[in-house]
Design a protein around this ligand. Structure first.
Ligand SMILES: [Mg+2]
Length: 283
């Protein structure tokens, strides 16, 4: 069975030191908008189409015309390389731990295709990845310049992969690797597998309540990732402490695979947290 593995960029492959946010702030300012526009909304996990529309709306009180959107994009892409360089120089830029080894391993596997699935514009994604030394693993992807909804971008990435593999729908599995709950939600919208890097930009509570199949700090331990991808068998037959097999029955009920956690109210959430803590003390 062929496997299509989709990788988000920000917080999943690299942490680019906020260079995208800074470049968008400067691009809005250049168009006559207020300073620091990105402080008014949350960018992480959304697509650039959505973020740029929202930045423009926050600055000018209306949705941009396509011409204005393209002008903002152009300006952003001119500013971005300088911000990436600045992030590298100030040591704010880093690869997610273990990612080079993980990608190298996967690239040697048969029947696997590595694909970008990122909210970034295509040009922006490759500019952000340039210092990482890993961009050569990705020759195509789905990008967020064309889609407001992350699930549409994900589907575009899969469509590209299918073209590359020249295979029909039933002949492949899709694995989505990201760092925010929006990656999980977009994967689940299509019934795809979802795995999460905790060292990115996601809120751990939101991530857990969206119940991805796997949560790992980063890629430094490849074993859980390879087990999740079906490339390696667990030597002990179980995997404790992950959401493949949670620690306690209560944790299982709460964090289980149904995604029901997303429908819990804040009060319910607090109650469940207390129960989980108590259960852990008794162990
Ligand atoms: Mg991300």
């Amino acid at each position: 069975m062929k496997k299509i593995i989709l990788f988000d960029v920000d917080g999943t492959l690299v942490k680019a030191g906020g260079c995208g946010l800074k470049a968008l702030n400067k691009a809005v300012l250049k168009m006559g908008g207020p300073d620091n526009i990105c402080s008014k909304f949350e960018l992480q996990g959304s697509t650039d189409r959505d973020n740029f529309n929202r930045a423009f709306f926050s600055a000018f009180g209306r949705k941009p015309k396509e011409k204005e959107f393209l002008k903002l994009k152009q300006s952003y892409l001119e500013i971005l390389p300088g911000e990436v360089n600045e992030a590298v120089k100030n040591k704010r830029y880093q690869n997610i731990k273990g990612v080079e080894k993980f990608l190298e391993y996967l690239s040697k596997e048969e029947n696997i295709v590595l694909v970008l699935a990122t909210g970034n514009f295509e040009e922006g994604a490759y500019l952000k990845l340039a210092p990482s030394g890993i961009s050569h693993y990705f020759s195509f992807g789905g990008f967020g310049g064309d889609y407001e909804r992350r699930e549409d971008m994900i589907e575009a990435a899969v469509k590209e992969a299918k073209k590359f593999l020249k295979c029909e729908e039933k002949e492949f599995q899709v694995y989505v690797i990201g760092d925010t709950e929006k990656d999980v939600q977009a994967a689940k919208a299509h019934g795809y597998h979802s795995g999460i890097v905790l060292d990115g930009f996601g809120d751990p509570k939101k991530l857990r309540s969206n119940a991805p199949e796997l949560i790992a700090d980063n890629f430094s331990d490849m074993v859980p990732w390879l087990m999740w991808l079906g490339l390696k068998k667990d030597p002990k037959g179980v995997s404790r402490g992950s959401y493949i097999c949670p620690d306690t029955p209560i944790e299982h009920a709460y964090y289980g695979m149904t995604g029901m956690g997303s429908f819990l109210s804040r009060k319910d959430f607090k109650e469940m947290e207390k129960m989980i803590k108590k259960a852990k003390v008794k162990k």
